[in-house]
Design a protein around this ligand. Sequence first.
Ligand SMILES: Nc1ncnc2c1ncn2[C@@H]1O[C@H](COP(=O)(O)OP(=O)(O)OP(=O)(O)O)[C@@H](O)[C@H]1O
Ligand SMILES: [Mg+2]
Length: 292
Amino acid sequence: MSTSLASRSRAAAGEMGPTGRRMPKLRDPKPLTEHGPATILALCNQKGGVGKTTTTINLGAALTEFGRKVLLVDFDPQGALSVGLGVNPLELDQTIYNSLMERSVSADDVLLKTNAGMDLLPSNIDLSAAEVQLVGEVAREQTLKRVLAPLVDDYDFILIDCQPSLGLLTINALTAADGVIIPLECEYFSLRGVALLIQTIEKVSERLNPQLELEGILATMYDSRTLHGREVLGRVVQAFGEKVFHTVIGRTVRFPETTVAGEPITTFASSSAGASAYRDLAREVVARCLAA
Ligand SMILES: Nc1ncnc2c1ncn2[C@@H]1O[C@H](COP(=O)(O)OP(=O)(O)OP(=O)(O)O)[C@@H](O)[C@H]1O
Ligand SMILES: [Mg+2]
């Protein structure tokens, strides 16, 4: 039942989509003959539980299916991204924390290959100390950018899963990124705090990273059966217009199931509506990056 519910949030090309705009016709991205340099995207929202980690894993997996080389960066001390890819963060000797804090540890030293075909810079609770320790560092906002620099030419996309805060770690992610994707849960309070997030993105763009762009707003956990869900989505489109992705992620229990399984929905339930939705998002993201 949850699958058919989610499928109602999808519409064919040319039809009116859930965001009230006609769905564009997007082809599968063309295969690449060579890889890199990467487009770096931060998945960011200081509100918790809105689908940042779920989107990082499943957008990454869908881009991988389209032949893109993808690196995922777990930039949340909770380590949920690592867990979602079947990695136990507590068993790791070295994580992204070590690359941030110790010059002798490169990103390559902590990089893991995952079963999902994506590479991962994992994190665990150690990363929570970085927020405090980085404060005293020179160029403290550029630390992640410096760590990622040697890897940029090896990938087509680097996706950074941010923690639910606008602290120094998130500022580091925004400073390293070319674009921000904001997942927004289709719930009444979801728009609260987004103005502050947009202001933060603008400040980082003015002061630290002029190339930073708002790549798009992604409506998540959408339930088309409720007036409430449709109203919230309508307000999001009213506020952000073309910045809102045509793709909308429906609410379905398949996503929590994938976390338990430690794999993306694109392999766990390959033909589910949730997997198709993330493939649609990947097509949109590639198209937006090509247009930029
Ligand atoms: N479309 C969806 N439908 C139903 N459940 C979902 C959906 N997307 C994510 N979830 C579930 O909601 C919970 C929160 O999702 P997720 O961890 O991706 O959010 P987050 O923004 O990364 O959270 P945090 O701010 O804590 O890092 C998880 O249990 C996840 O499985
Ligand atoms: Mg998360």
